[in-house]
Design a protein around this ligand. Structure first.
Ligand code: SF4
Length: 518
């Protein structure tokens, strides 16, 4: 939902009168659960930092607050040196000068990170990844996607033993654990460290001579391996390969450590180690299919587009809107995130014999950024109007089905419904391709507190929620219907704890992300 950042006052003189404006920055991605981060690493390319930049560009949807790239280059006397460039903002804003790639971020190995903070203060520049340290065995850099569920305990233990933390991020405990290891091999040290952490992690690490990736035993977050000419790439989603014309090789398996070094470049054999003694059942985040990953990515063994369509089809089969008056039913999406789902919904509805058509009923502006509003306007209302407008001719007098992937707080959905209502449709039916969100996520997706969730507040009473949102009918997929829709990837292979409260690992239900704040 809409979060308003950086509210400041500006005095503007116009025609000799003083107008007071509020400068609002709408972070539109936060209307939905914000997740996670995007990670990217490459080994063996003369233009490693540039490829990392393109990779992060493709992964921008996974985090828009900040980003960074670290490269490994040989300095004077052939000593490896890590060079980093990081900043707040989008990839194109932080890397806005080609000199950065030509003269600063040189080297054949690079890792990068797009950040959306799920732990650690979003405001602290120190929390921008990749993090780098220099320790007993050389340099080390890390980029992390996911959330550690036992970081607080580990951090407390380490602090009690004298460790000094530089950031407020859960990721930093990983560096401390590696640096404190008494083992002599870096891969062994990493293995030892990640056996102590719990929760969700898709990690990319860079040492003086290796690119290393590790994925938690449950495989909550996606992670894939690819090849670009002779270089190897490890990243969050395959859409990063497509932008670079790189070839997809395989996914990093849950509980696996992958090592790429010079030997791998010459033999072509990726080094792989399993770090779990007993491999638990996979628990991929179902939200990656519902909303988070890009539809053009291939993750968890399947195309996201296919799974998203299936969710839309399941929604139509289980919760169709019929054309009782024989007039065409108009199906619309809430662009862009539910476009594919709406396509699936309409195709299936037609198959069921309902006379229907997919239409573009909402137009989304992609050019918002910082926006000025006058005092007196309802912030949320103007925010939604700046972002969306209706195509009135498409909606007027029609039975309209609006397909969306999820509802978090419900405040933006309510405003969108109001916009559609202003276009005078006959009726509005809201269909949601997931179950009601009732619980927080501890694995890297940032939902608001339980008390802010619409489903929690209405005790999942769908009729009451429909009244609040102002729609003629509202239907969600049930958890069973949702899991059935993605069953090709194995129903039991998914985490759906935010819909059910059934967490696959032990979690601290009193956890608040502020506990890391220094
Ligand atoms: S709790 Fe929800 S958002 Fe978090 S990993 Fe599980 S399914 Fe994904």
């Amino acid at each position: 939902m809409l979060i308003i950042k950086n509210v400041s006052l500006n005095l503007t003189y116009k025609y000799h009168s003083v107008h007071l404006f509020l400068i609002m920055q709408f972070n539109l991605q936060k209307e939905k659960p914000t997740c996670n981060c995007g990670v990217f690493g490459i080994f063996g390319s003369h233009t490693a930092s540039l490829e990392t930049y393109y990779g992060l560009h493709a992964l921008q949807h996974r985090g828009q607050e900040a980003c960074g790239i670290v490269t490994m280059n040989l300095g004077k006397r052939g000593k490896p040196v890590f060079i980093s460039h990081k900043g707040e903002g989008l990839v194109t804003e932080v890397f806005d000068d080609h000199e950065i790639f030509q003269n600063k971020l040189v080297g054949q190995v690079a890792i990068g990170h797009n950040r959306y903070s799920t732990t650690g203060s979003a405001q602290s520049i120190k929390n921008i990844q990749p993090f780098t340290v220099n320790y007993r065995l050389g340099n080390l850099a890390v980029a992390h996607n996911g959330n550690l569920t036992n970081a607080k305990q580990i951090r407390e233990e380490l602090v009690n033993e004298g460790a000094i933390f530089q950031t407020t991020s859960d990721t930093e405990v990983i560096l401390h654990l590696i640096a404190r290891s008494r083992l002599e091999d870096q891969v062994d040290q990493i293995k030892e460290a990640i056996q102590k952490i719990e929760g969700a992690f898709s990690l990319i690490l860079m040492t003086d001579d290796k690119l290393i990736a590790a994925r938690d035993p449950y495989g909550f977050r996606p992670m894939v391996i690819g090849k670009l000419n002779d270089a190897y790439i490890i990243t969050s989603e395959t859409c990063a390969f497509d932008l670079l014309s790189a070839e997809f090789i395989r996914e990093v398996n849950p509980g696996e450590i992958v090592v790429i070094d010079e030997e791998v470049l010459s033999t072509g054999e990726i080094k792989s180690y399993q770090f779990t003694e007993v491999q638990p059942a996979k628990k991929h985040c179902i939200f990656e299919y519902i909303y988070f990953s890009r539809p053009d990515s291939f993750i968890f063994g399947h195309n996201v587009d296919k799974m998203r369509r299936r969710l839309g089809k399941a929604l139509a089969r289980n919760h169709p809107v019929l054309n009782e008056d024989e007039e065409k039913v108009i199906v619309i999406s809430v662009p862009d995130s539910s476009n594919t789902t709406a396509l699936g919904y309409q195709t299936e509805l037609e198959k069921l014999g309902v006379n229907c058509r997919l239409e573009i009923g909402l137009i989304r502006s992609h050019y918002i950024g910082r926006t000025f509003i006058q005092p007196g306007q309802t912030n949320r209302e103007i925010g939604v109007k700046i972002k969306f407008n209706t195509v009135k001719g498409v909606l007027e007098g029609r039975t309209v089905v609006m397909v969306d992937d999820s509802i978090v707080r419900g405040t933006t959905s309510k405003q969108i419904v109001k916009l559609i209502r202003d276009a005078n449709p006959k009726s509005i039916h809201l269909r949601i391709s997931s179950s009601p969100i009732t619980h927080p996520c501890f694995y890297g997706m940032d939902f608001p507190s339980k008390e802010e969730l619409i489903a929690h507040n209405f005790n999942s009473d769908i009729k009451e929620m429909a009244k609040y949102l102002g729609v003629d009918s509202l239907e969600y997929l049930t958890s069973d219907e949702m899991l059935e829709a993605v069953s090709e990837a194995g129903k039991e292979n998914f985490c759906y704890a935010c819909f059910s409260g059934k967490y696959p690992t032990e979690v601290d239900l009193d956890f608040k992300k502020e506990i890391y704040e220094l």
